[in-house]
Ligand binder design. Structure first.
Ligand code: PEP
Ligand code: MN
Length: 337
């Protein structure tokens, strides 16, 4: 349930309304907008007398919310959430590009790619240290050593780092990571979601291979129910019957999610298509659809990549994508900061 409170109402009346709701055993999620303040009531709202609240002078309207996600719901929080990652904002009018290799492979590789993507205009660096691979015999990532190398690349370039956490047991190793990625395969690892929600760090939450948008938002809700506010959603393609691409990019997820939630949404055209030459057209389409950012795989030598070489761009190909994206951003009223 949400209660829209009039702007400029008496503070004492506002405080007594909030106290009264809390006495009913409910949590109150407050969102201050330009025209009004929205109180989101979280918990069992069956005890709340809607008619009684509607008669209060300070109340503009009371609305029942049927969706099971509350903290992530746009009705509770009409304004876009803007996540600040060491001064780089994403959401609202702000756009960011996260780029880098699928996996960290060596110091030389990650530093070289980091310098190249920065030069091309990327604003954050990606790179997997812990890799969720379909086969247990495939390269599993460098682990903690990979995290150290990412930090080295961050030192060299100043780019904040985004990297995937697969298990709670490594959470302490992620203390210097700027954005924790939860991969598609862990979207419904509820214990992991709760743990990352406690870190206070921005979380990049990828949509599962066969999950609905409501399920994605329920996973965001798990993170936010632990107090986190900075969740970035990522559409990375879903599994369909179409075999020509690795997954099927659900681009309508962007405008649909924008309606359902206030959280920023980025698109991963690399995992969505699995094909390097499809990354550019789908990146441009993502900007057109209103995405708040892109996450793109770039490798200095894709043929020799230990993971996902076929979908990785060379730095010069990435530069072309960036130049075209940058031409489009003013048309969709987006900018970097
Ligand atoms: C990745 O970003 O490297 C990755 C494994 O992605 P996903 O979880 O979307 O498959
Ligand atoms: Mn990958």
């Amino acid at each position: 349930m949400i209660i829209v409170v009039k702007k400029n109402c008496e503070k004492s009346q506002y405080d007594s309304l909030v106290d009264w709701i809390k006495e009913l055993g409910l949590d109150v999620h407050v969102s201050h907008g330009e025209m009004s303040t929205v109180l989101g009531l979280v918990g069992d709202t069956t005890k709340v007398d809607i008619d009684l609240i509607s008669t209060l002078d300070i109340v503009e309207k009371v609305q029942k919310v049927s969706e099971p996600f509350k903290n992530a719901n746009r009705k509770f929080h009409p304004n876009d959430t803007i996540v600040d990652i060491s001064g780089r904002k994403i959401g609202g009018d702000y756009f960011q590009v996260i780029a880098g290799p699928c996996s960290v492979e060596s110091e030389k590789q990650i530093v070289e790619v980091a310098l190249a993507v920065k030069e091309a205009g990327a604003t954050l660096l990606r790179g997997g240290a812990f890799k969720p691979r379909t086969s247990p015999y495939a390269f599993q990532g460098m682990g903690v050593k990979g995290l150290e190398l990412l930090l080295k690349a961050k030192q060299e370039t100043g780019l904040p780092i985004v990297t995937e956490l697969m298990s709670e047991k490594h959470i302490d190793d992620f203390k210097d990571v700027d954005v924790i990625q939860i991969g598609a395969r862990n979207m419904q690892n509820f214990d992991l979601l709760k743990q990352v929600g406690k870190t206070g760090k921005p979380i990049l939450l990828k949509r599962g291979l066969a999950n609905t948008l409501q399920e994605l938002l329920m996973s965001a809700e798990y993170i936010m129910s632990e107090g986190a506010t900075d969740v970035i959603l990522c559409e990375r393609g879903i599994r369909t019957f179409e075999p020509t691409t690795r997954n099927t990019l659900d681009l309508s997820a962007v405008p649909v999610l924008k309606n359902m939630t206030h959280l920023p949404i980025v698109i991963d055209p690399s995992h969505a298509t699995g094909v390097a030459k499809l990354v550019e057209p789908m990146s441009l389409a993502s900007v057109g659809a209103g995405a708040d950012g892109l996450i793109i795989e770039v490798h200095n030598d894709p043929k020799k990549a230990l993971c996902d070489g076929a979908q990785s761009l060379k730095p010069e190909q990435f530069k072309t994508v960036m130049d075209k994206v940058n031409l489009m951003l003013p048309i969709v009223n987006k900018k970097y900061i």
